[in-house]
Design a protein around this ligand. Structure first.
Ligand SMILES: NC(=O)c1ccc[n+]([C@@H]2O[C@H](COP(=O)([O-])OP(=O)(O)OC[C@H]3O[C@@H](n4cnc5c(N)ncnc54)[C@H](OP(=O)(O)O)[C@@H]3O)[C@@H](O)[C@H]2O)c1
Length: 326
């Protein structure tokens, strides 16, 4: 597929690395957007060799607004258009204490939500030049916690040190992945006039790389090794990224959450379906919690993302008013 350009964030390990290899083998122009350049250079060399394709490596820390701005500006100087944007990078270091990004935002939210929000807006102009632009978010089955009707995104958590005492990365990760599900639906609605399709894949497990496990605290390392015995390799999910972002059958699909078949998932009915049905929903992969259907929450999330990222929406609104502005 010559002349189609794809950006994959966090492409130096796990699913992102396998996705970069897959797209490169299929002859796409691949931009690996990576933070740890020591590891990334080695991986980049390996992918280039194995795919026999020119793959580009560009530096990006998706938790830092400055880094995102620099990345997008470098990209815009070199590439006319962008066809596929895959927000794969994710922060989930088991056992880590509360940490903030360079911009003073809780690190899980900064990496998994605010960064992708800003980056997408800054790349809108390039996406709009594609005749079939697609955006994909790496979601997670951790959002199943929201089948519990008491679960909600605590908006204080993404920017307030008062949560330090009750903080766990696990809880924050679940909130951040639910937030990006909400963003997926909202972006799909907002970017529909531009023909940009926005979807998410609910990942229910992919083997973790040695590099990723190395980052965990000792007791979590063992859990990860055991877990790895029962879940598919990262290439399995990378193939789903490829299918959702390239298949003709999904050309007009937007605002959807996919399972790993990949099939479009459905929201759970708002009323409690009874114990047995709910267990089926929790164990299955066809239904997701109704929480993201709540437009008050997604409006609030959108407003907070806009505020914290310096309001890139203003540019977006100008574009809506005049489709020629990029
Ligand atoms: N594996 C699973 O079972 C599973 C389940 C549900 C969801 N997911 C989601 O799937 C996606 C890929 O996960 P994976 O299993 O392939 O994990 P992985 O091997 O740990 O890959 C994560 C990638 O994200 C990058 N990253 C983290 N923070 C970054 C930042 N601030 N800027 C740029 N890159 C950053 C990492 O780069 P560094 O080397 O610089 O850290 C790494 O390349 C993630 O979004 C994850 O949440 C995975």
């Amino acid at each position: 597929m010559k002349n189609k350009t794809v950006i994959i964030t966090g492409a130096n390990s796990g699913i992102g690395k396998e996705a970069a290899l897959k797209f490169a083998k299929e002859n796409y122009t691949v931009i690996m957007a990576c933070r740890n350049m020591d590891i990334s250079r080695r991986v980049h060399e390996q992918i280039t060799k194995e795919s026999n394709n020119e793959v580009e490596l560009m530096e990006l820390d998706v938790s830092s607004f400055e880094s995102i701005r620099k990345f997008c500006s470098d990209f815009q100087n070199r590439y006319e258009q962008l066809d596929i944007l895959i927000h794969n990078a994710g922060y989930f270091n088991h056992g880590e204490p509360y940490r903030e990004s360079a911009d003073g935002i809780e690190l899980t939210f900064a990496t998994n939500v605010m960064g992708p929000f800003l980056m997408t807006h800054l790349l809108l102009g390039q996406l709009r030049k594609s005749e079939d632009p697609r955006i994909l978010f790496a979601g997670s089955n951790i959002i199943k916690h929201f089948f519990d009707p008491k679960r909600k995104i605590d908006f204080l958590d993404c920017r307030h040190e008062q949560i330090i005492k009750s903080f766990t990365v696990y809880k924050m990760y679940a909130q951040s992945k639910m937030a990006l599900t909400l963003l997926t639906f909202k972006m799909a609605e907002k970017f529909e006039p531009f023909g940009i399709k926005v979807n998410a894949l609910q990942i229910n497990g992919a083997r973790m790389s040695k590099e990723t496990i190395k980052k965990f605290k000792p007791k979590y390392k063992l859990v990860a090794w055991v877990q790895n015995l029962f879940i598919p390799p990262a290439s399995y999910m990378a193939d789903k990224y490829f299918k959702i972002c390239t298949a003709e059958q999904f050309k007009h699909t937007t605002g959807k959450l996919f399972n790993d078949k990949p099939e479009v998932m459905q929201p759970s009915p708002k009323e409690y379906p009874g114990f047995i049905k709910q267990m089926k929903q929790i164990l299955g992969t066809r239904v997701y919690p109704a929480y993201p259907e709540n437009t008050n929450v997604s409006d609030k999330l959108w407003a907070i993302c806009a505020e914290l990222t310096g309001n890139p929406i203003i540019a977006d609104e100008k574009q809506q008013a005049d489709p020629k502005i990029v």
